[in-house]
Design a protein around this ligand. Structure first.
Ligand code: SDX
Length: 428
C-alpha cells in the first residue's frame, strides 16, 4: 500500500444549498489527492477530466515523479543513481519487491529467469507467418497476445502464487527472445536461439547480432533501467485497467504493448529519429522546424519534446544525453543527427513558445540515437522501450491486484440526443 498519512484532512464542495465534505489523502512528499470515490452517491455528480490530466487513478508506492522539479524515483531511489549503479535485473526486483535485492536474491532471480528462457516452436511458426515488413510492434503484440494459447497453465496468473511467479519469470525471460526473433524475422535473418549461459542483456545482444560488445551491453543495461517504470503513463494505466478485469498477466501486458506503440507515447523514439533524418535531408534548417512546431496550422510537432507530467527537463533525458557522446565515442561512431538534435534542443529551450509551455526534451529525444549506434534499426526502437518498461508494467499490475482494486470503468457525461422513437426506414 502507498505510504499515506491519516485521512485527517477534508475539503468542502458546495453544490446549490448543499455542502459536502470530501476526504483528502496526503502522499509521501505531501502531494494532496481529493478522494471522490463517494462523490456520485453523495452529490449525483461525476467529475469530468478528459485525458485524466488532473485525476489520480490509484495510490502507488512504486514510482514517484515530481514534474515541476524533474525528479524521478523508483521505491525512493533516484533514477540517476539507479541508471549509473544498478543493473536492469536489479531494477526488476526493486520494482517488483520494493527493495534492492541482496546478491543472493539477485542470483536466485537471475537463475529463475534463465530457467524460463525459451519459446515453444509454435510461436516461432506464428512469427514466421507474419509478413517480414510488418511493424515490429505489431509482431510483438501478436506474440505476447498469443502466449495464453501456448501456455494455458498460466491463465490464472494471480490467485496461485506459484503460477503468478512462473508467469512473471516467463515473460521477463522471453520478451528479449521475442524481440530478437522479431528483429531477425524482420530482416530475413536466421533466428539465433538464446544462450542461457549469458547474462540478461548480453544474451539479448547475442540473439540479436550473434556477438556481444561489452560497451554496448553496459549502455543498453542503463537504457533499460531508464525505461523501467514511469508511474501511471498511458501504457501502464492500460495494463492496470486491462488487468483489473482479472484477465491473465500476458493479456494485460499485450494491452500495454498496443498502447505503447502510439507516436505520442512510446512510438515517439522512432518518430524522433524519423524527424531528425527528415530535417537532415531537408538541409538541417533547425529554425524552420522550430517554427513548424509552433505553427498551430502545421501538424508537425517536435517529437521527443513535451510531457504530461514533466514541466522541467526529463531526468532520464539528461542521463541519456550524457550517454550519447560516451557511447558513440566508445563505438567509434558518428551520427550527423546528433548535432541536429542538440541544435533543436538549444533553439527550443531558448524559444518562448516552448519555455512558456514548459516543453523540454523527454526520454525519447536522445534514446534513439544510442539505439541506432548500437545497430538497432529505427522501427525496433519502440520494441526496445517495451523491453525496458516490462518490469514496470508487471509491478503496476501486481500492485493493482494486491490492493484488490475494482475493475476500471470510468463514467461520462452524455451529450447525445434525448429519447426519441424509432422511424421505419421507408419513412426516413
Ligand atoms: C512518453 O506519461 C509518461 O510518463 C510517458 C513516458 C513514459 O516513460 O511512459 O514518459 C514516455 O510517452 C514521453 C512522451 C513522448 N511523446 C512525444 O515526444 C510526442 C511529442 N509530445 C507531445 O505530443 C506532448 O507533449 C505529449 C503527448 C507528450 C503531452 O501531451 P499533453 O500533456 O496532452 O499536452 P498538450 O498536447 O495539451 O500540449 C500542451 C501545449 C499545447 O499547446 P497549446 O494548445 O497550449 O497552444 O503544448 C503544445 C501543445 O500544442 N505542445 C507541443 C508539443 N508538446 C506539446 N508543441 C509542439 N511540439 C510538441 N512536442
Amino acid at each position: 500500500m502507498a505510504t499515506i498519512t491519516e485521512m485527517n484532512e477534508t475539503v468542502e464542495m458546495r453544490i446549490g444549498k448543499e455542502t459536502y465534505s470530501l476526504p483528502v489523502v496526503t502522499g509521501t512528499y505531501n502531494e494532496k489527492g481529493i478522494d471522490i470515490s463517494q462523490l456520485l452517491s453523495q452529490t449525483k455528480h461525476v467529475t469530468l477530466d478528459t485525458g485524466f490530466k488532473n485525476t489520480g487513478s490509484t495510490m502507488s508506492s512504486i514510482t514517484f515523479i515530481d514534474g515541476a522539479k524533474g525528479i524521478l524515483q523508483h521505491r525512493g531511489y533516484p533514477i540517476e543513481q539507479l541508471a549509473d549503479q544498478a543493473t536492469f535485473t536489479e531494477l526488476m526486483l526493486l520494482l517488483l519487491n520494493g527493495e534492492l535485492p541482496t546478491q543472493q536474491e539477485l542470483s536466485t532471480f537471475e537463475d529463475n529467469l534463465k530457467a524460463h528462457v525459451g519459446l515453444k516452436g509454435g510461436l516461432k511458426r506464428l512469427l514466421d507467418a507474419m509478413p517480414e515488413n510488418t511493424h515490429p510492434m505489431c509482431m510483438l503484440s501478436v506474440m505476447v497476445n498469443a502466449l495464453p494459447g501456448f501456455y494455458r497453465a498460466n491463465l490464472d496468473s494471480w490467485s496461485d502464487e506459484q503460477v503468478r511467479w512462473d508467469s512473471i519469470y516467463f515473460i521477463l525471460a522471453n520478451l528479449p527472445v521475442m524481440t530478437a526473433y522479431i528483429y531477425r524475422h524482420h530482416h530475413r535473418l536466421a533466428y539465433i536461439d538464446p544462450d542461457p549461459s549469458l547474462g540478461y542483456v548480453e544474451n539479448f545482444l547475442y540473439m540479436m547480432f550473434g556477438e556481444v560488445d561489452e560497451d554496448v551491453a553496459d549502455a543498453l543495461d542503463a537504457l533499460l533501467v531508464l525505461h523501467g517504470d514511469h508511474e501511471q503513463n498511458c501504457s501502464a494505466a492500460t495494463v492496470r485497467v486491462a488487468g483489473s478485469s482479472h484477465v491473465n498477466l500476458f493479456s494485460a501486458i499485450g494491452a500495454g504493448v498496443n498502447a505503447l506503440w502510439g507516436p505520442l507515447h512510446g512510438g515517439a523514439n522512432q518518430a524522433v529519429l524519423e524527424m531528425l533524418e527528415a530535417i537532415r535531408e531537408d538541409g538541417g534548417d533547425v529554425e524552420r522546424y522550430i517554427n513548424k512546431a509552433k505553427d498551430k496550422d502545421d501538424p508537425f510537432r517536435l517529437m521527443g519534446f513535451g510531457h504530461r507530467v514533466y514541466k522541467n527537463y526529463d531526468p532520464r533525458a539528461r542521463v541519456i544525453k550524457k550517454y550519447v557522446d560516451r557511447v558513440l565515442g566508445k563505438l567509434g561512431k558518428e551520427d550527423p543527427v546528433v548535432d541536429i538534435a542538440k541544435g533543436l534542443e538549444k533553439a527550443a529551450l531558448a524559444d518562448d513558445y516552448f519555455s512558456s509551455r514548459k516543453l523540454f526534451p523527454n526520454v525519447d529525444f536522445y534514446s534513439g540515437i544510442i539505439y541506432r549506434a548500437m545497430g538497432i534499426p529505427v522501427d525496433m526502437f519502440t520494441v526496445m522501450f517495451a523491453l525496458g518498461r516490462l518490469p514496470g508494467w508487471i509491478s503496476q499490475w501486481a500492485e493493482m491486484r494486491t490492493n484488490n482494486e475494482p475493475i476500471g470503468r470510468p463514467r461520462q457525461v452524455y451529450i447525445g440526443p434525448a429519447t426519441r422513437d424509432y422511424v421505419p426506414i421507408d419513412q426516413r
